[in-house]
Design a protein around this ligand. Structure first.
Ligand code: 4G0
Length: 241
């Protein structure tokens, strides 16, 4: 997959996307990630990317010309890129949206800054507008990094098989069951007996129960989702065996 990022703060991207699984995916050629400075597509001495809003009001607005030129340059001669604006006004990003994005060949992420976009950027350039949650950041660089991270671990070959199996359960709309490793007793806290028992069926049942209880307590909203129903049915089927 190819991901291009347009930002006013390319230096923010050094670090988070140079380590761990994203680094590995890039090194293996699964992910071709390029960060671009929006100011490279300005033509004036001051590299102007924003201007005052028509009609008055506070703040500045991202001008259309540099963004249109940048997107046209980055998509020239390429099959359709999916252009995504990162802004607090977008649909709220989720694992389900990430799974859809991971199927695309080319993403072009456009980071705004606190100013907001000229509306013609939405109308003429954007295929989608996403938010990573209901809060306002100084710019869209962190949301773009979050999106790249989430999508990268879904690319075929980016993860070992163990981890991808685990991912399914979260995607199914339920929190994970409690996990333990050695030692079996730490500062007086014992690992639940059932996990040491070697009874695989009992362990499965205990984990399903724990996951459900925990989800009811911490994230009841997840249980209202259609995915949770699927999971509940799957667990019932397993228990029936
Ligand atoms: C566009 C995304 C971009 C408009 C971007 C701000 C939070 C998110 C920005 C604005 C961002 C998010 C109108 C404030 C840049 N903050 N939640 N800041 N306005 O994904």
């Amino acid at each position: 997959m190819k991901i291009d990022v347009l930002t006013l703060f390319p230096e923010m991207f050094a670090g988070p996307l140079d380590v761990s699984m994203v680094r590995r995916a890039r090194d293996r050629g699964l992910l071709d990630l390029k960060i671009h400075n929006l100011r490279d597509w300005t033509h004036d001495r001051h590299k102007t990317v924003d201007d005052r809003p028509f009609g008055g009001g506070p703040g500045m607005v991202l001008k259309p010309e540099p963004l249109f030129e940048a997107v046209e340059h980055l998509t020239a001669g390429l099959a359709d890129a999916h252009v995504v604006l990162l802004s607090p006004a977008g649909r709220v990003f989720s694992q389900a949206i990430a799974r859809e994005l991971a199927l695309r060949d080319h993403l072009l992420l456009v980071c705004g800054s606190y100013v907001g976009f000229d509306e013609r950027i939405r109308e003429g350039l954007a295929d989608d507008e996403l938010s990573i949650g209901d809060y306002v950041l100084t710019n869209g660089a962190l949301p773009a990094m979050v999106l790249v991270d989430v999508v990268t671990r879904l690319l075929p070959g980016a993860l070992g098989d163990d981890a991808s199996a685990q991912d399914e359960s979260f995607s199914a709309g339920c929190l994970e069951y409690p996990q333990y490793t050695r030692p079996a007793e730490f500062r007086g806290w014992k690992v639940p007996e059932v996990l040491l028992s070697g009874h695989h069926a009992e362990i499965s049942r205990w984990r399903a129960e724990q996951a459900q209880q925990r989800t009811r307590r911490l994230r009841p909203d997840l249980l209202a989702s259609p995915a949770a129903e699927t999971r509940a049915r799957t667990e019932q089927a397993q228990d029936d065996l």
